[in-house]
Design a protein around this ligand. Structure first.
Ligand code: PEP
Length: 250
């Protein structure tokens, strides 16, 4: 039986003082879990988070990284810069990056490759919009995101990647996919990975659900057979709520 990977995505929230308070409250609340706990915080909170989480079971992640090691890329951050300060995970291809910042399957692949090369664990986000789902295109979209976004990824590399299935219509909307919808979509994604990498690699791959997951719906979602964890936005901004999600699955 796999444990679950529960990652908080703070997005563009929490000044230093707030971050410290949240992390200090969170540490004792999740210390006994057998699940893997990750907090993906803004760049300015990374060093603080790494320091506070040292010698705890909380891992720290960033929310993006560039594919080049250095250079004239104003506003971007290199994977090695994250690695250097003790960051372990990095979210790549979040739907907000795809929608507002022109992220494509091709750039997702480039960023993922660079993150892996630097020794980071990418959390690669995929998911369909409501229009895509309602027009019967959900599977086509997920398949395209996997085929294109993982084009050059080897089976060995896949073992260091976490995938987050996040239906765009459920992110930050308060509308959660039903347990069955989430499980079915993740099961479909797993079958696409299986076609390319084989059953063992696909079974071992961690695929999280993300989209308005919270302390109330987490237990049911995390009990579904294909759901290997959660990527949590809003509910990760309150220590007690995030801890309840982490602890929802024993
Ligand atoms: C997310 O940002 O990845 C997310 C799932 O957000 P929320 O939980 O707020 O829907």
């Amino acid at each position: 039986m796999k444990n679950k990977i529960v990652a908080g995505n703070w997005k563009m929230n929490k000044l230093q003082k707030e971050a410290k308070k949240l992390i200090k409250t969170l540490i004792p609340l999740v210390k006994d879990t057998t699940n893997t706990v990750v907090i993906c915080v803004p760049y300015t909170d990374l060093a603080t988070a790494v320091k506070l989480c040292k010698d705890t079971n909380i891992h720290v992640g960033a929310q993006n990284c560039h594919w080049k090691e250095s250079g004239a890329f104003t506003g971007e951050i290199a994977p090695s810069m994250l690695k250097e300060i003790g960051v372990e995970y990095v979210v790549i291809g979040h739907s907000e990056r795809r929608t507002y910042f022109g992220e494509t399957d091709a750039t997702v692949l480039q960023r993922t490759q660079a993150a892996l090369a630097a020794g980071l664990k990418p959390i690669v986000c995929i998911g369909e919009t409501l229009e895509e789902r309602n027009s019967g295109n959900m599977e086509n979209v997920l398949k395209r995101q996997i085929v294109e976004g993982f084009k050059d990824i080897t089976a060995d590399q896949l073992a260091n990647i976490v995938v987050a299935y996040e239906p765009v219509w459920a992110i930050g909307t308060g509308v959660t996919a039903t347990d069955q919808q989430a499980n079915d979509a993740i099961g479909f994604c797993r079958s696409v990975f299986e076609e390319k990498y084989g059953k063992e690699a696909a079974d071992n791959l961690y695929i999280q659900y993300g989209g308005s997951m919270n302390e109330k719906n987490a237990e049911a979602l995390l009990n579904m057979p294909h759901i290997d964890g959660g990527l949590i936005g809003g509910a990760s901004l309150v220590a007690e709520k995030f801890a309840a999600v982490v602890n929802a699955h024993k």
